[in-house]
Design a protein around this ligand. Structure first.
Ligand SMILES: [Fe+2]
Length: 267
């Protein structure tokens, strides 16, 4: 096992996990995390698992794998304070949670003992995880960490959405999906972006169908690594969305774009 000078190794990733858990523990009330925070902790655990699986699947060097794991662990660090301070996870009504997560990680000093290259890669991967696109010109380690966290995050967002469909009364409870209309078909601007392999401008999301199609768009062009696409295909996320979209709309674009995603996932 290789490890960069001053960088993460299996010991320091263990230390980072302990520091992170101790920080999260400060948000417990009588031993329990508030439910919304507990969901974020579960999400983070899944993103870490996904990130390690992706990094290993892509045969990254061991020193890259631990940086990807660290970035995944820290990517949503600011969610706890965001909820405590603003009582919402909506960035538009509070703070950009990626910027805020990076600030918290720096303030807590968790990366002060690792090498500068690893430190920057983790911090930048945290910062870029929710951007429409990653900036150009990143070094190999930062790019690998950023792309791995973004793919790992999307894979778990698929799981979270399916959980909500199955465990909420979404047909009658409009808050399950942020009051998005259920009986409105897809927006042409969303369909065109997905057909052209561009990220969807979130301002064009005008219905629940659009919201689900954005995730189909991730399968068309938003997963950076073949391992991520293979995991996505194996977990049945595309077929879930095809079936769910058929419940929302009879627009033929649903099958057209799901077929496009199916081809992209096996490419
Ligand atoms: Fe996030």
């Amino acid at each position: 096992m290789t490890s960069l000078e001053g960088g993460f190794d299996m010991v320091s990733i263990e230390r980072l996990r302990k520091l992170y858990d101790a920080y999260v523990d400060t948000f417990r009330e009588e031993g329990e995390l508030p439910p919304m925070m507990a969901l974020k902790r579960v999400h983070t655990a899944h993103v870490v698992e996904n990130a390690v699986e992706i990094a290993r699947g892509e045969r990254f060097p061991a020193a890259f794998v631990v940086v990807c794991e660290a970035a995944a662990l820290l990517h949503d660090t600011g969610r706890y304070e965001q909820l405590r301070l603003y009582n919402t996870f909506r960035d538009s009504e509070s703070v950009d949670h990626a910027v805020f997560s990076r600030e918290v990680v720096e303030r807590e000093g968790w990366l002060d003992e690792c090498g500068e290259g690893e430190r920057r890669a983790v911090l930048d991967a945290v910062l870029f995880h929710n951007r429409r696109e990653i900036p150009e010109g990143l070094d190999d380690l930062t790019l690998a960490a950023a792309q791995t966290v973004r793919d790992a995050d999307k894979l778990d967002i698929f799981r979270v959405m399916e959980d909500r469909v199955e465990n909420s009364d979404w047909r009658n409870d409009s808050t399950a999906f942020w009051n998005l209309p259920l009986d409105v078909g897809p927006n042409k601007a969303v369909l065109d972006a997905i057909r052209e392999g561009r990220p969807v401008d979130y301002q064009n999301i005008a219905s629940l169908a659009d919201f689900v199609l954005v995730q189909v768009g991730w399968m068309v062009s938003g997963l950076a690594y073949a391992t991520s696409r293979r995991l996505c295909a194996g977990r049945g996320h595309l077929e879930f969305r095809r079936g769910f979209l058929h419940q929302l709309t009879d627009d033929p674009a649903v099958d057209e774009l799901c077929d496009l995603a199916g081809r992209a996932l096996v490419a």
